[in-house]
Design a protein. Structure first.
Length: 261
């Protein structure tokens, strides 16, 4: 998969893509990362890419001429790519959007903003706007890198196991359960016995319970109405004994966790 960044600071992209998992994916030709700088399409000695806004106001706005020229070249290089402008006015990134992008089978062009934002006319050359959250950053490079990183994890071969991406927080709709590794005891803190039992059914049940508990306590907005009812409401009369026991234990653990806050 190819990722092309339209950016005033290509060195920021190149540096970020030269480490860890993305760097290894590049080395294996699973991912290709490149940049186009809008300053290369300017014609003055200062390589000016911004100007004052019509109507007055603070700050500077990115000019359409160099940005659109850079986007056009990006589209020539990746004609089937999805063009995404990183800016606050777009839909907010969620795991479901990451998985949507990963399943498109397309390359991606990220247009990174700066200053007070883009001249509105630039959006005629992009497919969509995207935001990573309700806060302000100094530029669009870091948000674009976050999107690339999230998508790349679903490319076969980028992670050791694709299952790792599919089981992480938000992929299942729940926060992830606690993880442990050796040693079994560290400074008096023990790994839960169930994880050392070798009983895969019990381990799966424990992990689901822990995911539900963490999600309920930290991000209840992620839970479905049915999940909330099972945690907070009346349990169905016809529920299996094993399921009833599971939710009764979950409720007790949630109540204890709230008391200990």
């Amino acid at each position: 998969m190819k990722f092309l960044f339209v950016t005033l600071f290509p060195e920021q992209i190149e540096e970020a893509a030269s480490h860890s998992i993305i760097a290894r994916a590049k080395a294996k030709s699973l991912v290709e990362v490149s940049c186009i700088n809008p300053r290369d399409f300017t014609h003055d000695v200062h390589r000016t890419v911004d100007d004052t806004p019509f109507g007055g106001g603070a700050g500077m706005v990115l000019k359409p001429e160099p940005l659109v020229a850079a986007i056009r070249l990006a589209k020539e290089k990746l004609p089937n790519a999805r063009v995404i402008a990183m800016c606050p006015g777009g839909r907010t990134l969620k795991q479901s959007i990451v998985e949507e992008y990963a399943n498109l089978g397309q390359d991606f062009i990220f247009v990174c903003g700066h200053y007070e934002g883009f001249d509105e006319r630039i959006f005629n050359w992009v497919d969509e706007k995207l935001s990573i959250g309700d806060y302000v950053l100094t530029g669009g490079e870091m948000p674009a890198l976050i999107v690339m990183d999230a998508i790349a994890r679903f490319i076969p071969g980028v992670l050791g196991k694709l299952q790792s991406a599919e089981e992480d927080s938000f992929s299942t709709g729940l926060l992830e359960y606690p993880q442990y590794t050796k040693p079994a005891v560290f400074e008096g803190l023990e790994v839960p016995e169930v994880l050392r039992s070798g009983n895969h059914a019990l381990i799966a049940a424990w992990r689901l319970k822990e995911s539900l508990k963490a999600t309920y306590l930290l991000r209840p907005d992620l839970l479905s109405k049915e999940q909330l009812t099972l945690i907070e409401g009346k349990l169905p009369q016809k529920m299996k004994k094993s399921e009833r026991k599971f939710y009764e234990e979950l409720r007790a653990e949630i109540a204890e966790a709230k008391e200990n806050k």
